[in-house]
Design a protein around this ligand. Structure first.
Ligand SMILES: C[S@@+](CC[C@H](N)C(=O)[O-])C[C@H]1O[C@@H](n2cnc3c(N)ncnc32)[C@H](O)[C@@H]1O
Length: 300
């Protein structure tokens, strides 16, 4: 497939780019319940799983009622963890924050943070021995397999039963991927893209678009109660960089599927679909909806 000269973000740039879409998408009724559950303990201890470059803290910390918060950010990608401070500096004006080495202030709210590299699925990780009031994760569970999410809830039920933190997991993918206006090949492209997310990897099959449903089911199997709300991205026609980035992901998925000899993906129709969609973005005539669900997971 032809290389494109469109904007191809690095992982870090992608996390910054998606910030606005995630922010606008969050299910407000679930966020309100999460806020209500986040007690005024001082400091409020918050764990951010798969924190990336720290976007979840920038969004959520100023919306929580506690004026004194202590966050731990864990991600297995050391390159992203190293850029948390850079991300905070770069985004500080946007979120009205003052940033220092291990402290972010939003007005009179003081949020200390520690960012470190780690695998939150490892039973030996220190997060499993520490007390938390709130455990959050944004856009993380679609990358995991059903077996990994099952193991995560088994650990949570066992190790966090003392303090019983509320779990607030946002932007979990579901099956919706809707281009507006529609094109006759959209369904085939969606099936290919979702098939790529679910492909067999060294740790199993990632949940991809099944993550919202699977995380809900598995949390319930382990005795938790789950309240959920829809949190779709509605990416408007004037958000060119975000639309192009989504098409770039789809193109890379198709390249891999074709290279791997997957059935049912024809190179030429796909290339025509892609170039038609890119031209529509240039004319600001294409918008996109990507379905997600936000989950509030609580102890019985
Ligand atoms: C789509 S990014 C979201 C990052 C961040 N939460 C945000 O909203 O910008 C998903 C992140 O989850 C991390 N991740 C996935 N599985 C993980 C694991 N088992 N332990 C630690 N981090 C993990 C990835 O490295 C990646 O940075």
């Amino acid at each position: 497939m032809a290389a494109t000269d469109t904007f191809v973000p690095t992982e870090y740039e992608w996390l910054l780019l998606r910030f606005n879409a995630d922010q606008a998408a969050r299910a407000s009724e679930i966020e309100q319940q999460a806020r209500a559950r986040a007690s005024a303990r001082a400091p409020l201890k918050v764990l951010d799983l798969g924190a990336g470059a720290g976007a979840n803290l920038l969004y959520l910390a100023p919306r929580l009622p506690a004026t004194d918060q202590a966050w731990v950010l864990v991600d297995r990608d050391a390159a992203l963890v190293e850029r948390v401070r850079t991300c905070f500096d770069r985004m500080s004006a946007k979120v009205a924050a003052a940033v220092a080495d291990d402290l972010v202030s939003f007005g009179d709210q003081r949020v200390t943070y520690q960012a470190r590299t780690g695998d939150f699925l490892a039973a030996t990780d220190p997060i499993w021995e520490q007390p938390w009031d709130l455990v959050v994760a944004n856009a993380v569970f679609d990358m995991l397999s059903r077996e990994q999410v099952d193991a995560f809830f088994a650990l949570a039920a066992e190790r966090w039963a003392g303090r019983r933190p509320t779990l607030y997991f946002t932007i979990n993918l579901d099956h919706q991927l809707r281009f507006i206006p529609a094109h006759p090949d959209d369904d085939q492209v969606r099936a290919m893209f979702h098939g790529h997310m679910r492909r067999q990897q060294y740790y199993g099959r990632a949940l991809g678009p099944d993550s919202a449903e699977a995380v809900t089911d598995l949390a319930r199997v382990h005795g938790f109660t789950v309240t959920s709300g829809s949190s779709p991205w509605r990416i408007p026609a004037d958000a060119g960089a975000m639309l192009h980035a989504n098409l770039d992901f789809i193109e890379r998925a198709a390249d891999e599927m074709i290279t791997d000899g997957a059935d049912g993906i024809d190179r030429d129709p796909f290339a025509r679909w892609l170039s038609a969609r890119r031209e529509s973005i240039e004319r600001a005539e294409l918008s996109l909806e990507v379905g997600h669900r936000d989950l509030l997971i609580e102890w019985p």
